[in-house]
Design a protein around this ligand. Structure first.
Ligand code: 4AD
Ligand code: MG
Length: 468
C-alpha cells in the first residue's frame, strides 16, 4: 500500500511489455533526475530489482511543481500512473505519471550517493545508505535468496532447524578466540584470594562467551532427531584483518547421525549445488549485473559448478601437488602445516580447476572433536575449497568413541568440566556422526564475485570497527 492506500507494484514485475497499459502505483527512491522544459524524468528504484523504472512527470501534475526542488536524488516518492512503451533507449517501458507525492525530500547537495561510480571502500563508510546502490542492493537480495535456499534444502532433506545458543561456556573450536560476555563492573572486578576473577559473582555464575560455532549443540540434536542444522551468527575475536574474515559472521552447520565422511561430503556437495542453482534461477537480473560489472563470466562458471562432480583429494595428495608445483608460495609447504589461502587457491584454481574437497588433515592442526583415523596421524576432516576464495566449508566426522575423545580432550587441553554433556552423548547410545560448517558470507562472495567480505554483510564487524 502507498500512503494513499493504493496497492503497490514492485518494479521488478513491471519491466516487461505485457504490462503496457496497466495503471500502477509505486513507491521508492529517486536515483536520478533529468529535466527538460515541460517534463521531468525520474529514475525510481524500489529495491525489488537492480533496474529502476523511468517515470515521466509532466510539469502540470498536481503537487510536482512545489515539491520539485526537493525531489532530487535520494528523495522518497509515491507515484501513480500508466505503464507505457518507452520511446527512449535502455528500457522497454516507462511510467507516465498521473499523480505524484513527495514523501521524503532530499535537497542535500551532499547526499553521498551522487550519480557516479563510488568505490566499495567509500560505500563501507555509509553502511546505512549503501543498500541503495546497484551493487549492494543486488548483493543483499542474493544474500536473502541464498538464505531461503539453504532453509529449503535442509527442509526438503528432512533436517530440523535448531536454534543453538549464542551465549555459551564451551569453546567449540578450542582456539581461544572468543568474546567474553559479562556484567561484572569492569572498573571494580571481584577477585578471589588467588587474584583470579570471581566469576561466581558474574551474571551466569561462571565465565561465558559468545559462541564461535553451534556445532556442539547441533550434535545434541543429530543424536536425537538424526538430521539437524543450525544457521545463525557466530563470533570470533581473531585479529585477522583480511578480505575473508569477520569477527561476526553467519554459519550454516548441518549435523547428521549415522553418517561418515563420504556421506558428509555428499550432503555438502548437493547443498552447495542446490543453493547456487536456486540463486541463478531466482536472481537473474542481479546475477547479470555481477556478471557484467564485478566478475566477468561468473554466471557460466557457477552454472558449471552446478553440473560438475566435485573432486576429492587427501591432504597427503594436496601436499604432494603443492610441493611439485612451480608456484612460489609465501608460506612454506610441508606435511603438518595448515594450508594457507594461497595453497588452497592453487589447488582449486590451478590444479583441479573447480571445487575440491581436501580430506584427512593432520590431527594437530584440526579441532579436538574430529574422528581420529587409523594410525592417529590424521583426522576424518574435510574442507571444501572453491576458486576465488579457497576454504568455504570445514567439516568432519565427529569422534564418537568415548575413550578416544577423552584422550583428545587432554591432548588439546580442553577442560572436561565444560563439556560433560558432550561426553554423555558418547556414553549413552553413541553413534558415528558427521557435519560441516559453511561460512555464509564466503558463499555470498562466491555467488556475487565481491572480493571483500565486508561487502556482503549489512554491518561488518572487524577489529576496530563496530560503529553502525
Ligand atoms: O572451519 P571452521 O572454523 O569450522 C567450524 O567452526 C566447525 N565447527 C564447523 C562444523 O563442522 N560445524 O569454520 C567453518 C567455515 C569456514 O569454512 C569458513 O567458510 C567460515 O566458516 N569462517 C569464516 N567466515 C568469516 N569470517 C571468519 N572469521 C571465519 N572463520 C571461518
Ligand atoms: Mg576451517
Amino acid at each position: 500500500m502507498d500512503t494513499k492506500g493504493n496497492s503497490n507494484c514492485r518494479i521488478s514485475e513491471l519491466q516487461d511489455e505485457s504490462k503496457i497499459g496497466t495503471k500502477v502505483s509505486l513507491s521508492g527512491w529517486v536515483r536520478t533526475r533529468r529535466d527538460s522544459k515541460e517534463v521531468s524524468f525520474l529514475v525510481v528504484n524500489d529495491g525489488s530489482d537492480v533496474q529502476g523504472l523511468q517515470v515521466v512527470i509532466d510539469s502540470d501534475i498536481e503537487g510536482f511543481a512545489e515539491a520539485s526542488s526537493h525531489c532530487k536524488n535520494g528523495a522518497a516518492v509515491c507515484i501513480t500512473g500508466t505503464l507505457v512503451e518507452s520511446p527512449g533507449k535502455g528500457q522497454k517501458v516507462e511510467l507516465q505519471a498521473e499523480s505524484f507525492e513527495l514523501v521524503g525530500g532530499c535537497i542535500a547537495e551532499d547526499y553521498p550517493l551522487q550519480k557516479k561510480r563510488h568505490t566499495n571502500e567509500f560505500l563501507r563508510t555509509i553502511p546505512h545508505l549503501r543498500p541503495r546502490t546497484n551493487t549492494f542492493g543486488a548483493a543483499f537480495r542474493i544474500r536473502s535468496e541464498a538464505s531461503f535456499a539453504i532453509h529449503s534444502f535442509f527442509n526438503q532433506e528432512g533436517f530440523s532447524y535448531i536454534h543453538t545458543p549464542i551465549i555459551t561456556t564451551s569453546d567449540c573450536e578450542g582456539a581461544g578466540k572468543m568474546f567474553q560476555v559479562t556484567t561484572l563492573n569492569q572498573d571494580n572486578i571481584p577477585k578471589l584470594d588467588s587474584k583470579k576473577v570471581d566469576y561466581s559473582k558474574d551474571f551466569f555464575g561462571q565465565e561465558a562467551h559468545l559462541t564461535v560455532s553451534g556445532q556442539l549443540e547441533a550434535e545434541m540434536f543429530a543424536c536425537s532427531l538424526k538430521k539437524a542444522y543450525t544457521f545463525g551468527p557466530v563470533f570470533r575475536a581473531e585479529n585477522s584483518n583480511t578480505p575473508r574474515h569477520l569477527a561476526e559472521f553467519w554459519m550454516v552447520e548441518p549435523e547428521m547421525a549415522f553418517c561418515d565422511l563420504a556421506g558428509n561430503m555428499e550432503v555438502a556437495e548437493r547443498f552447495i549445488k542446490f543453493t547456487i542453482g536456486h540463486v541463478l534461477e531466482k536472481c537473474q537480473s542481479d546475477m547479470a549485473f555481477f556478471n557484467q560489472w564485478v566478475e566477468k563470466g561468473i554466471v557460466d562458471s557457477l552454472e558449471s559448478v552446478v553440473t560438475a562432480d566435485f573432486a576429492r583429494i587427501t591432504y597427503d595428495e594436496a601436499i604432494k601437488v603443492l610441493e611439485k608445483s612451480k608456484q612460489k608460495f609465501e608460506f612454506p609447504v610441508a606435511w603438518g602445516n595448515d594450508l594457507q589461502t594461497e595453497h588452497e587457491r592453487y589447488l582449486t584454481e590451478e590444479h583441479i580447476k573447480g571445487p575440491v574437497f581436501v580430506t584427512n588433515y593432520p590431527t594437530e592442526i584440526k579441532a579436538f572433536y574430529m574422528y581420529l583415523d587409523e594410525g592417529e596421524k590424521t583426522v576424518s576432516a574435510m574442507d571444501l575449497l572453491v576458486p576465488r576464495l579457497g576454504e568455504i566449508i570445514g567439516g568432519s566426522m565427529r569422534e564418537h568413541r568415548e575413550d578416544i575423545l577423552l584422550k583428545q580432550l587432554d591432548k588439546f587441553n580442553v577442560p572436561r568440566e565444560h563439556i560433560e554433556w558432550y561426553l554423555d552423548l558418547r556414553k549413552y547410545g553413541t553413534n558415528p556422526h558427521s557435519g560441516f560448517g559453511l561460512g555464509f558470507e564466503r558463499l555470498v562472495m562466491y555467488l556475487t564475485g565481491l572480493k571483500n567480505i565486508r561487502d556482503v554483510i549489512p554491518c561488518p564487524r572487524t577489529p576496530g570497527n563496530a560503529s553502525i
